[in-house]
Design a protein around this ligand. Structure first.
Ligand code: UT7
Length: 332
């Protein structure tokens, strides 16, 4: 019997309509379009403005796109892994709600939180279930309503993040396509450099935590940047070496969209001289945390060919980071 691998067989995505441009941010905080563009590569991001809607709204739309594109009966889905750092609520899994809303009544679901690496870790988990033969149709959704945890008077964070969602369907493959290898890492050295201080069990919400704005994301950008460059580039280079891949063999770099300079540094370490291989949509969406990787897959899906070699790379709060090597399984 041939070995079972876990392949991506469909992709969906959703971003909200409202656009927050650099010019609009110039009116809100002391910044300039020139500074944001040159330091991050971001021009605009999408914001889910409706205060009655949470991350599940984005996730449901991304998942529904997969159902529409494939004609898949949602009852056939075994598992939905909801990768998010901004669940609708701290308790009552967002994934469970999403599964019920899309009609995946035979699936079980849970949330997976690893900041910006949530989706990559989710793909790894899905692949392990599939390779073991335990489940056959696993949906991994990466979605975040980052605008719900951003302080729009803090210029060091509000210029970076945006809202969005992407999803993939993963299924067994016997042609050797799909996930080939991964290197996943974490280190609490970054716990203080990027976090939301209050709202968890360590510092539960109080009037004081609200007054001190401790429920918003804070980051020491310089430190995060330094670790992101060395770690994300490091594992990307390592996974190529381990699989005897040269820069010629790599067709696409699917890297977390946190900062164009971090992505460029990673591509450099991989010797990817051909810029067209480096997927980039940070200029339009900013950093959507768990959604960046599937949003890239959705935007570039038509360019991928069966058998193409994709390297995924991510870095996020915690710190969490990793790289994965995947062979694309279909032509669009
Ligand atoms: O996805 C999760 C992981 N997150 C990341 O990967 C983010 C990693 N970090 C970064 O992307 C970058 O560090 C930032 C984009 C956040 C900041 O860029 P930087 O080049 O590291 O800038 P910096 O923090 O070193 O600040 C340089 C200067 C400072 O002024 P002084 O001290 O040199 O006078 C800042 O106060 O730029 C100032 N500054 C700004 N100026 C205009 C900081 N934010 C802004 C701003 N507009 N929005």
């Amino acid at each position: 019997m041939s070995k079972i691998t876990a392949a991506i067989t469909a992709v969906g995505a959703y971003v909200p309509e409202d656009i927050l441009t650099n010019e609009m941010l110039e009116e809100m905080v002391e910044t300039t379009d020139e500074w944001i563009t040159s330091r991050t590569g971001i021009k605009e991001r999408r914001i889910l403005k409706d205060p009655t809607k949470g991350t599940s709204y984005l996730a449901i739309r991304a998942a529904e796109e997969i159902l529409r594109k494939t004609g898949l009966d949602p009852k056939e889905i075994d598992l939905i892994i909801m990768a998010t750092a901004t669940p609708d609520m701290p308790v009552a899994s967002t994934g469970v709600y999403v599964a019920t809303e899309i009609g995946a009544t035979n699936a079980f679901s849970y949330d997976l939180q690893a900041a910006c690496s949530s989706f990559l870790y989710g793909m790894s988990t899905a692949a392990a279930y599939i390779e073991s033969g335990r489940y056959k149709k696993v949906m991994v959704i990466g979605a975040d309503k980052m605008s719900s945890i951003i302080d729009y008077s803090d210029r060091t964070t509000c210029i970076i993040f945006g809202d969005g969602a992407g999803a993939v369907l993963m299924e067994p493959n016997t042609e050797g396509l799909g996930l080939q290898d991964e290197i996943l890492r974490s280190d609490a050295v970054g716990r203080a450099s990027l976090n939301i201080e209050a709202g968890g069990s360590l510092t539960p919400p109080t009037e004081e935590t609200v007054a001190k704005k401790l429920h918003f994301v804070r980051q020491d950008g310089k430190t995060v940047f330094k670790f992101a460059v060395s770690n994300m580039a490091g594992v990307s280079e390592q996974i190529m070496k381990r699989n005897n891949l040269t820069n010629e063999d790599v067709d696409w770099l699917v890297a977390h969209q946190a900062n164009k300079r971090i992505i460029d540094a990673t591509a450099n370490r991989m010797n990817l001289n051909d810029e067209s291989k480096v997927l980039m949509n940070i200029q339009r969406y900013g950093n959507t945390t768990s959604a960046t990787l599937p949003l890239l897959l959705s935007d570039y899906e038509k360019n991928f060919k069966k058998g193409d070699n994709l390297i995924f790379a991510s870095f996020g709060g915690g710190f969490t980071w990793g790289a994965a090597y995947l062979k694309w399984a279909y032509n669009s």
